[in-house]
Design a binder for this molecule. Structure first.
Ligand SMILES: C[S@@+](CC[C@H](N)C(=O)[O-])C[C@H]1O[C@@H](n2cnc3c(N)ncnc32)[C@H](O)[C@@H]1O
Length: 225
């Protein structure tokens, strides 16, 4: 538990409540495999929490395909400065996520029931995260239109990270991404460290927003002609 204390700090009691909810309700309701209950901290909570080191202060984040809240709920616990939308199409899962938000008292989280590709016009966030949602080639097509220019996709990937990055090259080129990078976070805290693919979005007109209406500032009125 030493590492968990180091990673979660003062938020450890909230992380423990989440772990208990996952181990009981998450397993009973089929959101997490029964075998995962015994290895929740190492493979899920700590593995996801260390991603926070790659996210800037006060960032607006969308977690694509949150499932039972990984990594989105964990990031919300460890980083209350972030504003996080948990994007998840399945009702059973959004119900679980809303229960998590209430149980854990997370004020910085919103749950949105939708597929990423159906809500491109609604988001222009700093960071999109995703774990175990789709191969990078498909994930990039869903995630890049949700980012502001210069925003970042952080995809948690396993051993095939480099291969997926190579396979996604034509799509990334078409979207005019600024840069890509493979990085490892959490070395010494989780074994193996979490592998991230970071993809930095290019200019607005090449991330799939050509058709979108100009964004109005919050609170501004529509001008009457
Ligand atoms: C294998 S689960 C992974 C859940 C979680 N990220 C994790 O690591 O435990 C994949 C999740 O992606 C969601 N998903 C699938 N297609 C999606 C899409 N087009 N947009 C957003 N979420 C999607 C599924 O409903 C599911 O909850």
């Amino acid at each position: 538990m030493g590492t968990a204390r180091e990673v979660f700090g003062d938020a450890l009691p909230i992380a423990e409540r989440y772990a208990a909810f996952l181990a009981k309700d998450g397993v009973e309701r089929g959101l997490i495999g029964p075998r995962e209950a015994d290895r929740l901290w190492e493979r899920h909570l700590i593995n996801c929490a260390v991603v926070s080191s790659a996210i800037p202060q006060d960032a607006q984040v969308v977690d694509i395909g949150s499932g039972a809240g990984l990594p989105g709920v964990v990031l919300a616990i460890v980083r209350p400065d972030l504003r996080i939308t948990l994007l998840e199409p399945l009702l059973r899962r959004t119900t679980f996520l809303n229960e998590c938000v209430e149980l854990l008292g997370l004020r910085n989280v919103e749950v949105r029931r939708a597929r990423a590709e159906d809500v491109m016009e609604e988001f222009a966030v700093d960071v999109a995260t995703a774990r175990a949602v789709a191969p990078l080639e498909r994930l990039a097509r869903w995630a890049l239109p949700l980012l502001r220019p210069g925003g970042e996709l952080l995809a948690l990937k396993g051993e095939r990270a480099a291969a997926e990055l190579e396979e996604a090259e034509p799509v990334l080129k078409r979207f005019g991404v600024r840069s890509t990078e493979l990085l490892q976070v959490g070395r010494g805290m989780v074994d193996p460290p979490t592998t991230l693919v970071r993809v930095v979005a290019g200019r607005e007109e090449v991330v799939g927003r050509r058709q979108r209406a100009p964004r109005r500032a919050k609170g501004s009125r529509k001008r009457s002609s």
